[in-house]
Design a protein. Sequence first.
Length: 142
Amino acid sequence: MYELLYCSLAAGEVTEAEILNILKKARDKNSSLGVTGLLVYQKRTGEFLQILEGEKEVVLKLLETIRADKRHKRLKLVHEKETTERGFKSWSMAFANMESIDKSKLEGISDFLEKGYTHELVDDPSWAAQIMESFKNNLPPE
């Protein structure tokens, strides 16, 4: 099992309809590929944060497809590792919209949420594991 986390900036304004379309396509594709994960979007800063988990070759190929997507820019791979188990077992693609999350439940990352993903992750990539664990612990049951 392999996991990676990347962050990127939206190339333009992203509407709710576009997010729903991205999620539908990602869920369908990921389900067929055996990939699970979480997509986080913060409208205020136009930032995406995504974790992908699955077979290494499949996840890396998917990352290249995502990298070529013109809807975002400045994709940065923040974290990658081999792992023994999935963090998002039955989520073909969980989603968190930062504007609708009770941020008080995401302990220890309020500065990160104010500054934005790319700022904090570039300064300290070790934030990746803590961020994803916080989101995972606050998602509805799988």
